[in-house]
Design a protein around this ligand. Structure first.
Ligand code: DON
Length: 307
């Protein structure tokens, strides 16, 4: 890694501007351990296609990846079973909060997209059926793509979420009643909570997402996804990656992005680079306030967007 590149001045400027901006939001409190995060933290990293990473602020500090992991489980399942996945989950924005139950009944247990919790549970269930260890498979992939063998689950976060996981349990049981979950629900929830508890830094996650900017090519040069599949994931990130704020995120940032309630957001500039920003204060829709602001500034300053 290096700290001097064409991206360094823009990252430094963004960090200065964010430090001067008072609005930060509040850390997620429905998972009690996450509520302890310090909202003044801010880090941002940019990974180029060749794996070179630049960063500013807390860019090497691990945080709870949470829903950002849903991009990687989706990529793994698509790479293994292709289009068959779309029988179990849709790819339309939900327009509802990430943990909402309301659409599931009148849409027969098929979640709107793979990034709301219901859809992510379906994807993890598929990965569990395909591999026998969904969370382990995800962790191996993240370690390989980030080049960081130290990446790990935070079992305290997983336990905290499991202890307050009634909503996710309800979603999983409800979908199971429609035959849209193949394995036992308690095992699925354990895998899902571990998946969400991955601790990784902006540098790790920007690097790990690199295959989405390289049109499906992994860090070692092998193919994970076809070019078309990489496009499909980026498209679903753009339309669904920030839940009921996806329209505003596309308007402000103009990139495929995926947020997590740990305060991280990854974003992709196809053919150019991947980004990860972290600041734990969230808005009402579960997206990092300073994170969205920083990505907005990045695309405005550099002109790098998909539009
Ligand atoms: O399922 C949950 O509630 C969390 N483990 C993940 C939610 C999340 O990160 C949603 N993102 N904005």
């Amino acid at each position: 890694m290096t700290e001097s590149s064409s991206f360094q001045p823009v990252l430094d400027r963004i960090a200065e501007e964010i430090a001067a901006a008072p609005a930060r939001g509040r850390p997620a409190d429905y998972i009690p351990v996450l509520a302890e995060a310090d909202p003044s933290r801010f880090g941002m990293a940019v990974a180029e296609l060749d794996g070179t990473v630049y960063g500013v602020g807390d860019w090497r500090r691990p945080f709870s990846a949470q829903s950002i992991t849903k991009v990687f489980t989706l990529a793994l399942v698509l790479s293994m079973e292709g289009e068959a996945l779309w029988r179990n989950v849709g790819r339309e924005p939900s327009g509802n909060p990430f943990n909402s139950l309301v659409q599931l009944e009148y849409e027969n247990g098929i979640p709107r997209n793979p990034f709301i919790n219901a859809g992510a549970l379906v994807v993890t269930d598929r990965l569990q059926s395909l591999t026998g260890d969904a969370a382990g498979c995800l962790l191996d992939f993240l370690r390989a793509e980030s080049g960081n063998p130290e990446l790990a689950f935070d079992e305290t976060v997983a336990a905290s979420e499991a202890g307050h996981g009634d909503r996710n349990a309800a979603l999983a049981h409800f979908m199971a009643s429609y035959g849209n979950i193949s394995g036992p629900v308690p095992g699925l929830l354990a895998q899902y909570f571990r998946q969400c508890s991955v601790e990784a830094s902006c540098a790790d996650l920007a690097s790990a997402a690199g295959f989405l900017a390289r049109h499906g090519i992994r860090a070692d040069g092998t193919t994970l996804l076809t070019r078309s599949q990489a496009k499909q994931i980026n498209a679903v990130m753009l339309t669904c990656g920030t839940y009921d704020a996806a329209g505003d995120f596309a308007y402000r940032v103009g990139l495929p992005g995926k947020s997590g309630v740990g305060g991280g957001i990854i974003a992709v500039v196809p053919g150019r680079c991947t980004l990860c920003v972290w600041s734990p204060g969230l808005d009402a829709r579960g997206n990092s306030v300073a994170g969205v602001d920083a990505l907005d500034r990045f695309t405005t300053l550099t002109g790098l967007s998909v539009f």
